[in-house]
Design a protein around this ligand. Sequence first.
Ligand code: MN
Length: 320
Amino acid sequence: MNSLNKKIYSEIKKFNTIYIARHIGPDPDAICSSFALRESIKLTFPDKEVYAIGASVAKFKSFGPMDKITSLDKNALVICLDVPDKKRIDGLNIEEYKNVIKIDHHPFIEKYGEIELINDQVGSASELVLDLINETKLKINTNIAGNLFLGMVADSNRFLFHPTDAKLLRKVADLIEKNKLNIQKLYTKLYERPISDVRLMGYIAENLKVTKNGFAYIELDEDIINSFNADISSASNMINDFNNISEVYVWVFVTNDPTNKNYRINIRSRGPIVNEIAMKYGGGGHKFASGVRTTDKEIILKLLDELDKLCKEYKNKTVN
Ligand SMILES: [Mn+2]
């Protein structure tokens, strides 16, 4: 039991208008946790106005709609999910709001909410929303449960990543059983993809550069992504499909993001700790899954170089 959940619930009760925000370049956990919380609040308090804020992403359309609001009420309650720092909040300037709650599972970066429920030992923001629902009077239905399940599945890479343990699996088993989830259907929703994406994966596999130190990287510019008819967010999320390559400890995708006018650098590791280096370059994230955004090509080169050296050190330590 987390006592903050009771506090968050009483804040939710107080406000009539609630915005649910998440990080830019959303992944399934960010999308699913915000849709689940929106629906749960609406189901529990039908008179409240609850909106999921942020740019919509074509490939997540089947998960539910983003809300388009023309004028935002600065006195509303804002609940930010899955986002540790102000600058990565999508769709609103958090400085303009005084009623802010953060619910997050990334390592702490900065405080921006009056109430902050942070647990970086938990695998997904969706799990934190599930705990919030389980520990308060917030309601759940099959759709909400399905979204929470998918958020947990996605961020844990189908219960592969740390921290996957018996406690989590029991919690998920409970969720499936109580809400009669059709797991096969849900998995298809998450993993079915167009042939264009698979062709782009083929391109990445073919062109990924691998150094002798066990560092791999690829730069995907807009033209290449467009030529495969894919979008930037699916392209950069493909990084998760390149795990467990014998010759690679750390791998990086650099994508050019024309909407945010910067480069998005995704970093994954299956050994060396990468978030400290990511932080040094203005990014952040988890120990083995981090990211950086920058407009500066020089910074990218330095970052790639530093990660290559990190792999070299790691290789020397573990192989010898
Ligand atoms: Mn997450």
